[in-house]
Design a binder for this molecule. Structure first.
Ligand SMILES: Cc1ncc(COP(=O)(O)O)c(C=O)c1O
Length: 491
């Protein structure tokens, strides 16, 4: 695997029994899918796909098969081959040009059926990879989630022991001690199914947020609640509006359901609500607003949100993802729950993964007005939130000390990092979260790699389409100092 993308060609060929439109389309579809699957390629990595067909095939354009395989945005070309005596009859050949990190030896060329005789050397290689049954082509729009590098992986790769992870916006102070204590008593009951309704947690949280208990939708992380929003509301033809760069799960839920994303750029690193209001159309079904935004840390304020919601028509559901809400210090941050209490078409997402320090337990929630919650409860799996997570979250909710200590530590770390990044001449985005996004002004890959060599895991901006940026989670005072020392060395 290379650390930067290069252009590579994947070759493929297949023969058809008959010169008919159906046979050619199906064969081209099978060939395209197989070339993508065997190379684990997403449609957005394909620069173009060129087909050639033997002169005995004239019934159809194989591009129809490639579109059927999900390549609706990819440039597709087709031409007849110059007839060659004794060439393999009724043959479709393909050349797929990729922008990829795969090395030359990782490329799998695909020669199916009789076409295997054209390149026995390559055909054998491809046959070693099993073929999947036909799958939903919409999933090819989904890139597998790329998490921050786990500590154990870096330990294995580099043999390092002293590693700090500042990549996934976890709480550097660890889990709520009250949650940990409560969990000790939970292990004897692991043989019992969890309470599917999260009764105790629901009651405590509803009281805290001043909403009705059934307005809470719990998930296996707020990730799952985002997926539940997709399952409840999205169908092919619907549009989902959000800005970029942002949290990847909005695109995931959209593509999973076969709906379309409509993506606008951020303005001043935060969601551009004015542009979003203008972009709403009759197909718009869901709008995600990541506030404060991941990966930039910037936020939209109450006034901007008020003005925006005045413009949103009734057929649209607006989702405020507030995963970092408890870290926010800005006084004009929008009180989005007030819209939920007013029965607007608004859902607010929060999580126990961040300030409560329970990312490993997987529990988050949505707060929705009753008419929306009632729909979402229908798609929830019976025991989607595990028993241990419920016990930990209930105890963490009461751990006021841990939350306030975490918030104070974050503010101190933020000020330290602002000062140090400025001293190093690096521009950063002021943050309302527990991470900082900063610009190196050049490819951040080599600096990211040098930090890794030093045992410091950060997040490369390239994952978010910002190749000169890095995102660092605000750590403890000691971790922040170590990060700055390593960064200074790496620069
Ligand atoms: C903006 C945003 N939303 C949601 C999540 C998912 O959180 P959870 O752990 O609750 O699934 C994250 C996690 O990083 C996030 O950054």
């Amino acid at each position: 695997m290379l650390s930067f993308p290069v252009t590579r060609g994947v070759r493929g060929a297949i023969t058809v029994e008959h010169n008919t439109e159906t046979a050619i389309t199906e064969a081209a579809c099978q060939l395209t899918r197989t070339m993508m699957a065997r190379n684990q390629v997403m449609p957005n990595e394909i620069a173009c796909l060129i087909f050639t067909v033997t002169a005995d095939l004239d019934a159809a354009f194989p591009a129809a098969g490639a579109r059927k395989a999900g390549l609706t945005q990819t440039p597709l070309l087709c031409t007849n081959e110059i007839p060659v005596p004794d060439s393999l009859p009724r043959c479709i050949r393909a050349l797929m040009l990729l922008s990829t990190n795969l090395g030359l030896s990782d490329i799998h060329h695909v020669y199916l059926g009789d076409a295997a005789s054209l390149r026995p050397d390559w055909a054998g290689q491809a046959d070693a990879t099993p073929m999947s049954p036909p799958f939903r082509s919409t999933i090819l729009d989904i890139a597998p989630y790329q998490p921050g590098k786990p500590i154990s992986e870096l330990q294995r790769e580099k043999g390092l022991t002293d590693i700090i992870k500042m990549a996934s916006n976890e709480n550097p102070l660890g889990p709520s001690p009250k949650a940990v204590e409560a969990l000790h008593g939970a292990l004897d009951s692991l043989h019992i199914y969890p309470d599917g309704n999260c009764f105790e947690l629901r009651r405590a949280l509803a009281e805290r947020l001043q909403v009705n208990e059934m307005q809470l939708i719990f998930g296996n992380g707020s990730d799952e609640v985002i997926k539940m929003l997709g399952l409840t509301f999205l169908e092919p033809g619907d549009e989902v509006l959000f800005c970029e760069p942002t949290f990847s799960e909005y695109a995931y839920a959209t593509n999973l359901m076969g709906a379309s994303t409509r993506v606008l750029p951020l303005r001043d690193h935060a969601y551009d609500l004015e542009a979003m209001a203008s972009a709403i159309n009759p197909s718009t079904k869901l709008i995600f607003i990541c506030n404060p935004n991941n990966p930039t840390g910037a936020y939209v304020n109450q006034q901007a949100v008020d003005a925006f919601l005045d413009e949103v028509p009734d057929h649209v559901l607006v989702v405020f993802d507030e995963a970092y809400y408890e870290y926010v210090t800005a006084e004009d941050f929008a009180d989005s729950l007030s819209y939920v209490r007013d029965d607007r078409n608004v859902v607010v997402l929060r999580t126990f993964s961040k300030i409560y320090g329970l990312a490993g337990l997987r529990i988050g929630y949505g707060v929705a007005p009753p008419h929306i919650a009632e729909l979402m409860h229908r798609v929830r799996e019976p025991f989607n939130v595990n028993a241990v997570a419920q016990i930990g979250a209930l105890a963490a909710l009461d751990d006021v000390e841990h939350v306030s200590h975490s918030r104070d530590s974050n503010v101190a770390g933020k000020e330290f990092l602002y000062r140090e990044l400025s001293r190093l001449g690096l521009a950063y985005v002021p943050t309302e979260t527990n991470f900082i996004f900063f610009d190196l002004g050049r490819d951040s890959g080599p600096v990211f790699a040098r930090l890794l060599d030093d045992g410091v895991i950060t997040r490369m901006g390239g994952v978010f389409g910002c190749p000169t940026w890095l995102r660092v989670t605000i750590g403890t005072a000691k971790e922040n100092r170590r990060f700055i020392n390593s960064l200074e060395k790496a620069l």
